[in-house]
Design a protein around this ligand. Structure first.
Ligand code: SF4
Length: 375
């Protein structure tokens, strides 16, 4: 039960922090409203925006794919990666959803999660418990125990020392990596750019050092333009409690240079190839649902989790990983067609109060309950 203490520590650390951020930077509420409008526009015209995004990626020298299912996504990524490669992965809950890490390992690749939380759950072979803090259920003591598989000498270590062990191990992997796989906080339909917000620096290295960058994300991450995609990244960081973020990365096709006669050519020093895999997996169907469509507005800030009494008791046991907590109860229905997690909602309403996208989560869960009872 140590995870209950870990979640309570996270609540104590995170809840006042987000409140402080929103008080100090009130413009974030305006940005959140603009992002909601942009996402609503895309969800109403999803097929058109997917098509626009694919064309924009191709204009910038990359390749884009629409994967209908997780299996399709695994197949596309597998063809790009091949076997016998070193692969670094970062910030992609969609890659987890599609089972990409395990698949690439089974096809003979050396694959490493590079986000510290994701690295910990890879080492522990556990599912992620929170959408932005996958190892939220681990206390420091448990993290140290898990990290001992990398450094057997680790004992009575501080948070900094545990992070230092991961840093040393993973920096070697970054340098060796052939392929970097990320998710996306947002994708801009007008430019085909992938926007990623982070703090650790692992995304920057994953998108820059390997010769090939593959971004795997859901179709609902598309925003009409790069301006709104950048806002989305800032909103996600702020409502997640990490503002200002250490880094915001924009990847638009392979690396490029215009240093000779101002003619833009690719590649330059970064990746030679850029691939964007957009996963449907039930999202397009949900976008047409009169109630469930709202769940696709989610920016994955993870704030609803920490204001929910059910999540604070059940943690990773509520929802189907990586979709846990109130957002996970909605998303378990979107992706897996499983409405049972919705049945556990007690309708405290805290999630709705704090959601930056103003998703009426209790209403969505009420509808899912009604459909489940009818069945
Ligand atoms: S449902 Fe709202 S509060 Fe919860 S993770 Fe998504 S955007 Fe954040």
């Amino acid at each position: 039960m140590s995870w209950i203490y870990a979640v309570e520590r996270a609540v104590r650390n995170n809840v006042p922090k987000v409140e402080g951020i929103l008080k100090d930077h009130p413009y974030l509420l305006d940005l959140a409203a603009k992002v909601r409008d942009g996402k609503t526009e895309v969800l109403r015209n999803l097929d058109r925006y997917v098509e626009e995004t694919i064309k924009a990626v191709e204009r910038s020298g990359g390749r884009a794919y629409l994967a209908s299912t997780s299996e399709d996504a695994r197949e596309i990524v597998s063809k790009i990666v091949g076997s016998g490669k070193t692969v670094v992965l970062g910030k992609s809950m969609v890659a987890y959803e599609a089972g990409i890490r395990k698949h690439l390992i089974s096809t003979g690749n050396d694959v490493w999660e590079t986000d510290l939380g994701e690295f910990l759950i890879q080492l522990a072979d556990e599912p992620p418990s929170h959408i932005i803090a996958p190892s939220l259920h681990m206390t420091k003591e448990r993290a140290e125990e898990v990290m001992r598989s990398v450094d057997p000498e680790l004992k009575g270590a501080s948070h900094e020392r545990i992070a230092g062990v991961a840093r040393k191990f993973l920096r070697e992997k970054f340098v060796k990596a052939d392929v970097g796989i990320t998710g996306a906080n947002a994708v801009a339909a007008d430019t085909g750019s992938v926007v990623l917000v982070e703090n650790e620096g692992n995304i920057r290295m994953t998108t820059i050092l390997p010769e090939v960058h593959v971004a795997v994300t859901g179709v609902e991450k598309i925003l009409p333009n790069l301006e709104l995609a950048m806002y989305e990244a800032l909103v996600q960081a702020a409502f997640g409690g990490l503002y200002p973020p250490s880094y915001v990365n924009v990847s638009s096709g392979p690396s490029s240079t215009a240093d000779i006669e101002m003619k833009r050519v690719r590649p330059a020093h970064g990746p030679k190839e850029f691939h964007l895999v957009l996963l449907d997996n039930g999202r397009k169907e949900a976008a047409k649902d009169p109630v469930l469509w709202q769940s696709l507005l989610c920016v994955r800030c993870g704030r609803c989790h920490l204001h929910c009494p059910v999540y604070r008791v059940l943690g990773v046991n509520w929802g189907i990983p990586p979709f846990t907590g109130p957002m996970g109860a909605m998303w378990s229905a979107v992706i897996y067609g499983d409405r049972r997690p919705a049945m556990m909602c007690t309708h405290s309403g805290g999630c709705k109060e704090v959601c930056p996208m103003r998703i009426d989560i209790p209403r969505v869960l009420e509808e899912l309950k009604a459909r489940e009872l009818k069945r």
